[in-house]
Design a protein around this ligand. Structure first.
Ligand code: GDP
Ligand code: IMO
Ligand code: MG
Length: 431
């Protein structure tokens, strides 16, 4: 009996999960997404080409490996179809190595309408949602009114669809949302609905399964399964900076419900963090930099959302948040990405504690959104050199190794690998 290994983001998303999953895939038999949906944007780069995945697991470029979209994921069929077509254009045919849970919920065009209506209704308190319909679709799931992938095979699918759409329109009207002016990809709701319905055909051609049986059988047969997270721990519905969060369990616990595996079946948990910190959308960000350094991180790090193209807010690494994420997830191994972005920095800083009302703490306060948090910063000398052509972890410059050791000391978790460029080949694993 083998155990599910987990790879997830420890910050506010975009830590480099897609790249690392792609690099780790040769070590596994199955790669399974357990939560989130098209709000995710996972970037992979190899042979000079960049690929962005939203719903499809990041093991898809290894054709001998199986990829599973678990029950905890949300599928927007038209976005899914677009992703499949983009893969086919790159000569990747995923029909045989992508399985989809019948219990995964669908995002309807009217969920996307509601997402926009809810955001508009929030006025200045907007979350900065990716507007892919995530919140409303998970709301329907929990309210027991959602429609699942397996339902598209049933005779009463259209009826269920119309009923749910009707309810959504009523809510949007109640929120005084201008439905006629609403557009998805320059299409009205009705125009987009036609495209959405057509794309169900693409979905139907895939192997739609009870993925919980499949995954558990794999484990029983000794196969190696990697669970791929989306978003990050600080966007978790329970423990993130609520309400500025996404609507799913982004932490290890979400693997159990999102794939149907028991807690005792969880093995190694690999947590990813950038060497600094980013956040896209609204909400607290104690180490955010509003100065030239912040802008440099954004420019050199190409910190623009893979899903929405919005520029990401940038700041120093946040140890209290990282320690919190390691605790919540039971992280056994850390992976650090993007130190190369700071190659030219004279000085690199790390927030070791928060100062709230003149008191130091390393605990994330309940009033995270309301209180003024001053980061207590520790300074490190910069390594001032390119990391290109470095082939071994131990060969990294001494000041960077000192910085990485400090991350280990503060989190009490060993770093297993460091990524030093967007490319697949640039991950330095430690012995
Ligand atoms: P994900 O959502 O966690 O998969 O991350 P994203 O793909 O949204 O964002 C990570 C970005 O950083 C992508 O543009 C990657 O190509 C890039 N990236 C990943 N690892 C590294 C790294 O080590 N160095 C640099 N410079 N870029 C990286
Ligand atoms: P990956 O998997 C970064 C953010 C949004 C917004 C909040 C809620 O690429 O790391 P939602 O669309 O879920 O209602 O948005 O969460 N967000 C992400 N930020 N990376 C992501 O995914 C994100 N998915 C959602 O910007 O602030
Ligand atoms: Mg991303």
């Amino acid at each position: 009996m083998s155990k599910v290994e987990v790879l997830l983001g420890l910050q506010w998303g975009d830590e480099g999960k897609g790249k690392i999953v792609d690099v780790l895939t040769p070590r596994y038999d199955v790669i399974a997404r357990f939560q989130g949906g098209p709000n995710a944007g996972h970037t992979l780069e190899f042979n000079g080409i960049k690929h962005v995945l939203h719903i499809i697991p990041s093991g898809i470029f290894h054709k001998e490996k199986l990829n599973v979209i678990g029950n905890g994921v949300l599928i927007e069929p038209a976005i899914f179809k677009g992703e499949i077509e983009a893969l086919r254009e790159k000569n990747v045919e995923p029909t045989d190595n992508l399985y989809i849970s019948k219990k995964a919920h669908l995002i309807l065009p009217s969920h996307r309408l509601l997402d926009a209506a809810n955001e508009q209704a929030k006025g200045n308190a907007k979350i900065g949602s990716t507007l892919k319909g995530i919140g409303p679709a998970y709301t329907d799931k929990i309210a027991r009114t959602g429609i699942r992938v397996g339902d598209i095979l049933e005779f009463d699918f259209r009826e269920k669809y119309q009923l749910l759409k009707f309810q959504h329109i009523q809510i949007a009207k109640m929120l005084k949302f201008d439905i006629d002016a609403f557009r998805i990809n320059d299409m009205t709701l009705d125009e987009y609905e036609v495209e959405w319905m057509e794309s169900l055909e693409t979905l139907r051609k895939f192997k739609l399964i009870n993925s919980e049986y499949f995954i558990n059988k794999c484990l029983k047969d000794g196969k190696k399964v990697l669970a791929e997270g989306a978003q990050g721990s600080m966007l978790d519905i329970d423990f993130g900076s609520y309400p500025f969060v996404t609507s799913s369990s982004t932490i290890t616990a979400g693997v159990c419900t999102g794939l149907g595996v028991a807690p005792s079946s969880i093995g190694r948990v690999m947590g990813i963090t950038k060497a600094y910190c980013t956040r896209v959308g609204a909400g607290p960000f104690p180490t955010e930099l509003f100065d030239a350094t912040g802008r440099t991180l954004c420019e050199i790090g190409h910190e623009y959302g893979a899903t929405t193209g919005r520029s990401r807010r940038c700041g120093w690494i946040d140890i209290p948040a990282l320690r919190y994420a390691c605790m919540l997830n039971g992280v056994t191994d850390l992976i650090v990405t993007k130190p190369d972005v700071m190659n030219d920095f004279d000085e690199v800083k790390m927030c070791t504690d928060y100062v709230i009302n003149d008191r130091e703490t390393d605990e994330i306060p309940f009033e995270f959104n309301e209180v003024e948090i001053r980061p207590k910063l520790r300074s490190f000398i910069g390594w001032k050199q390119s990391l290109a052509n470095i082939a071994k972890y131990d060969a990294l410059p001494a000041p960077l190794l000192a910085y990485l050791s400090a991350i280990e000391l503060h989190t009490d978790v060993r770093i297993m690998a460091v990524s030093i460029s967007p490319d697949r080949k640039d991950v330095l694993f430690r012995n």
